[in-house]
Design a protein around this ligand. Structure first.
Ligand code: SF4
Ligand code: SF4
Length: 532
């Protein structure tokens, strides 16, 4: 079957052309890292609640065994990446901008890499009903690997609910699945390598998602700076022969990989600031997530490893590696030849240079969200002195969310959060495009992140104060009710006492009356006796 390669017909609002810096890490195939010396698995690796541990210290576990169960409506299971012994469940440094520690399960591998029992043959998903497939995805702890880390089972369930309730809500049916292979952020190339080396698997994963959602169409989108990925996917599609899957090439533009931006590029449709692709009948999944879905459903494989790009001018041999979750970043760096010069090391970043977060140490483990470890030197990341805003308006021109970053900067700097909110600060996706073009080198995103966190804190304080006020009012009402009940009880008691007292006094009167009568009858008798 001939597979046409379509050009994306539209262009999203704003955006910038950046130096991709991906060549360094794409020269070799993905290499598997060895079993690490220790594995540290944070219980919170996904959106929502932390998972609840199911194992205890000293327990021997097998590869693929469930170690911690999803807790609450938004959460995901965590499995053992290899066999070994649980030695601790306590706080360890985790890859998070707060630099705080979090509860983790620490496992010392035994080197045997022994699996728990799994089906010997590949599962034929076409014979499974949708609920069973979604349950397999839930059981295997699959989350979005494109950055959001949202449990995939919920996304798929929502898409099914959308189908059921579309008519009632006046929404279109889910008609199209979009596969995000854009990978627009500089330095990161893990999705590129995945598409090159696992194109057949990705098409199987798409087949599963099309079956679950009932969507009639799939748009597979890849930026045109990944010609090898486009070539391999096209070749695989030729053999897979499914006319529902269309391949799209996009011009390389940052932040094309954002959900709303990609849908705008492919369809020309804009999703409202608080809206979701589902509102327009689209479901978007990243290529890494699609591969994880395929491995869970067909090979019964939980999410226990992922591809990580280890790159930057501070690492000896930049490359993509398949690493077990929980592997300390220091071991990944060792595997890639180590630091070029630790004295020159400036920053360790999880993610790309624009949206990544700074890591405080290489002791933190690989987590489900870790697509890239960027090692940069002083030479490359010397911060530039911020100057005054010259009101050039460059930032507004590149903002993909259609915001006015200059205004947001003024209000954030002045702590005028009310105005910042009025100028839609919440719609900022923190892409850093405005930062990138600002001739005054103003760290705009830092201001926006800070303002957002202040607003969150303020809102939380307001929420807590309202809760306290409600508790106080309820207590007052309770006390008032108790006082009224007590007063009513006292009044009733008093009434009873009075009633009794009046009953008593009439009884006394009666007695007195009888005594009086008896006395007078005795007197009469005596008098009559005297007379006799
Ligand atoms: S790009 Fe920088 S200098 Fe220009 S208006 Fe925006 S904040 Fe000001
Ligand atoms: S960081 Fe926010 S304000 Fe700046 S360009 Fe991106 S979305 Fe717009």
């Amino acid at each position: 079957m001939d597979v046409p390669l379509r050009e994306a017909p539209y262009r999203f609002t704003g955006g910038i052309e950046v130096n991709a810096n991906k060549d360094e890490s794409t020269a070799d195939r993905i290499r598997h890292t060895p079993i690490p010396g220790q594995i540290i698995l944070p219980l919170r690796q996904h959106s929502g609640n932390a998972a609840t541990p199911l194992v205890s210290i000293g327990e021997q576990v097998l590869k693929g065994q469930l170690l911690a169960a999803a807790h609450g409506s938004v959460s995901a299971n965590i499995h053992a990446p290899t066999s070994g012994m649980i030695v601790a469940i306590s706080d360890y440094p985790v890859p998070h901008p707060s630099n705080l520690s979090d509860t983790c399960i620490r496992l010392i591998p035994d080197g045997m890499d022994m699996w728990i029992e799994r089906p010997v043959t590949e599962r034929d998903y076409k014979n499974l009903d949708n609920q069973t497939i979604i349950e397999i995805i839930r059981k295997h702890g699959i989350v979005g690997l494109g950055g959001a880390v949202f449990p995939t089972e919920i996304k798929l369930k929502n898409s099914q609910d959308n189908r059921i309730s579309a008519n009632q809500k006046n929404l279109p049916d889910l008609h199209t699945v979009v596969i995000n292979g854009a990978e627009c952020e500089p330095y990161i190339s893990c999705d590129d390598k995945l598409m090159q080396e696992y194109a057949d698997d990705l098409l199987e994963g798409i087949g599963i998602v099309l079956q679950i959602t009932g969507a009639e169409r799939c748009m597979f989108a890849i930026e045109n700076n990944k010609p090898e990925a486009l070539r391999f996917v096209k070749q695989a599609l030729r053999e897979y022969n499914d006319a529902r899957i269309e391949l799209y090439s996009l011009p390389s533009l940052y932040p094309q990989g954002g959900e709303k931006q990609l849908i705008q590029s492919l369809t020309g449709k804009e999703i409202s600031p608080n809206g979701l692709p589902l509102d327009l009948g689209y479901l978007m999944l990243n290529v890494g997530t699609i591969k994880a879905i395929r491995d869970a459903v067909i090979d019964d494989m939980p999410l226990i490893s992922r591809v990580v790009t280890v790159t930057g001018d501070g690492i000896k041999f930049p490359q993509n590696v398949m690493a077990m979750l929980g592997t300390p970043v220091s071991e990944l760096i060792e595997f890639c030849g180590g630091y070029k010069d630790k004295q020159q090391l400036h920053q360790l970043i999880m993610g790309g240079s624009l949206m990544g977060i700074s890591l405080h140490s290489d002791a933190v483990p690989v987590v489900k969200a870790m697509n890239c470890v960027l090692v940069s030197t002083r030479k490359n990341t010397q911060p530039k002195q911020a100057l005054a805003c010259i009101r050039c308006g460059e930032c507004a021109q590149v903002c993909p969310a259609g915001l006015l970053p200059q205004q947001l900067y003024w209000y954030s700097q002045a702590k005028n959060y009310h105005e910042a909110q009025r100028f839609n600060l919440a719609d900022c996706i923190e892409c850093g495009a405005c930062d990138y073009v600002c001739p005054s080198h103003i760290p705009l995103v830092q201001y926006f992140r800070h303002a957002k966190s202040e607003i969150r804190q303020r809102d939380e304080q307001i929420r807590l104060a309202e809760q306290a006020k409600m508790r106080f009012e309820k207590r007052e009402q309770r006390l008032e009710k108790i006082a009224t009940q007590r007063a009513e009880r006292l009044a009733a008691k008093k009434a009873r006492t009075q009633k009794l007292a009046s009953k008593d006094s009439s009884a006394i009167d009666e007695i007195m009356q009888r005594v009086k009568q008896r006395k007078s009858s005795n007197t009469d008798r005596n008098n009559s006796g005297d007379a006799n």
